[in-house]
Design a protein around this ligand. Structure first.
Ligand code: UD1
Ligand code: CA
Length: 448
């Protein structure tokens, strides 16, 4: 099976999502449905992958440029018609085609591998994936012959009462001998609804004397189809549980996995404890021995070892080792807190480097600032960094002590070991070792 191609059927309207966004672009743990499907089929290292798109095809293609080939199906005349559209892109140099639906994002690479490894082209030209489960969710029913091979797939609408009771269902993923597929797709009859059902290929193969092979999905949860927002939430819940399970197995404590939301690109170090209602999203890395949450939201950030984040929001920021923030701290883009920084309640830091050991206990805003080490930021300190036109920088030297309620009117520099009195409005640079106070602040030794 050297030449395997994949066809993803994703042209359906997704009407029941009631959305302006194409169904396959709806996110599941931050990644579009179609991303999950492609990720799984790439496990087979296909020679080519074609996605059949229809509804809002430009948007779908734009999101996945360079990851697959696309073919537009218009009008959408059913799954058989969808696969036929892929032929012109695939050409004739393939021996096997895996066809998968675009709306079953939980099917795994392992399942597709098992399909490929089970498929025996000498028995017949096709193999299909089935699932046995109590909720048929509108899936086609599998009818088997005495020998156990599949003799038909009957769509729910066409079922007799006996067939309707069958609990082995068509998942909608198939492997075909390519040559046979292209020869027989045009033989599919048109349905009462005016559509060409791919499922009719079973009857066609059987009528030609072939055996139709089938493998069953190990884990029925993989076959959850997303047709509505409720299904989307269910699928996300399944995936979230898988991800959370993986981190617990890796030595991370999740106090309440049901309220812990961890993205697929996140990494977490050993013996870190995640408290309830916490989101770790995007390209986020959390070190070892941290305590994160409860009620925290961290995205696209790097957190070192031994850090604490309580009731806080961290976006595009860096926390080095042994930094603690919160409750109610907000690190924004470009905030970099060096080793041992403490940031207490109601603080905001943006585009800033806070040197090692710096303390900022209460109610402060630091933006566009660089501090040295062991700086004390008094309660209520504010960088007045914006003059109405542009952002201006503040620089604070090592061991400086900024008194409570100091306004640092940028651009401004505070020297090493310098101090400001409570309520100072600092409009001019303060030299090393000096004390400045008042409004506007003057250095103590200056003549009044
Ligand atoms: C299909 C199967 C059914 C199976 C079910 C499970 C047929 C006739 N029925 O039913 O046996 O149990 O999937 O997944 O195949 N699509 C296109 N172009 C079209 C029509 C559909 O690309 O013209 C795509 C859809 O976007 C979707 C997939 O094919 O990703 C399945 O189509 P859908 O309409 O959802 O088929 P079902 O009614 O679910
Ligand atoms: Ca479907």
């Amino acid at each position: 099976m050297k030449n395997l191609a994949v066809v993803v059927m994703a042209a359906g309207m997704g009407t029941r999502m009631k959305s302006k966004t194409p169904k396959v672009l709806h996110p599941l743990l931050e990644k579009p449905l179609l991303w999950h499907v492609l990720q799984a089929v790439f496990a087979l290292q296909p020679a080519k992958t074609v996605v059949v798109v229809g509804h809002q095809s430009e948007q779908v293609q734009a999101r996945f440029t360079n990851q697959a080939d696309f073919v537009v199906q218009s009008p959408q005349l059913g799954t058989g018609h969808a696969v036929q559209q892929a032929r012109k892109v695939l050409g004739d140099h393939l021996d096997t085609v895996l066809v998968v639906p675009g709306d079953l994002p939980l099917l795994s690479g392992d399942t597709f591998r098992r399909m490929r490894d089970t498929f025996d082209p000498t028995l017949g030209p096709m193999l299909m994936l089935t699932v046995t489960r109590d909720n048929p969710q509108g899936f086609g029913r599998i009818v088997r012959d005495e020998a156990g091979f599949v003799s038909a797939i009957v769509e729910e609408a066409d079922c007799t009462p006996e067939q309707k009771a069958i609990r082995e269902l068509n998942v909608g993923a198939y492997i075909f001998n390519a040559q046979w597929l292209w020869q027989n797709l045009p033989r599919i009859p048109v349905s009462a609804k005016g559509e060409y059902y791919l499922t009719n290929l079973v009857g066609i193969a059987v009528s030609q004397g072939y055996r139709v092979q089938a493998v069953q999905v190990d884990n029925p949860a993989e076959t959850l189809g997303v047709n509505t927002r409720a299904h989307l939430a269910q699928a996300e819940s399944v995936l979230r549980q898988q991800v959370n399970q993986k981190w617990m197995e890796a030595g991370v404590t999740l106090v309440d996995p049901n309220t812990t939301y961890i993205g697929l690109d996140v990494t977490i170090g050993q013996d870190t404890v995640i408290y309830p209602n916490t989101y770790l999203l995007g390209q986020t890395t959390i070190g070892e021995d941290c305590e994160i949450g409860p009620n925290s939201y961290i995205i696209d950030s790097t957190v070192g070892n031994g850090c604490q984040v309580r009731f806080s929001v961290v976006e595009q920021a860096v926390m080095e080792n042994n930094v603690d923030i919160g409750p109610f701290a907000h690190l924004r883009k470009g905030a970099h807190l060096a080793e041992g920084v403490h940031m207490g309640n109601f603080g905001e830091v943006k585009n800033a480097y806070l040197g090692p050991g710096t303390k900022m206990g209460h109610f402060s805003y630091l933006g566009d600032i660089t501090t040295g080490k062991n700086v004390n930021i008094g309660a209520g300190t504010i960088t007045c960094n914006y003059d109405g036109v542009k952002k201006n920088p503040t620089v604070i030297g090592d061991n400086a002590f900024i008194g409570s309620d100091t306004m640092l009117v940028a651009p401004v520099k505070i020297g090493n070991n310098a101090r400001t009195g409570a309520g100072s409005v600092v409009t001019r640079d303060i030299p090393d070792d000096a004390l400045a106070y008042g409004v506007p602040a003057r250095v103590k030794s200056e003549k009044k």
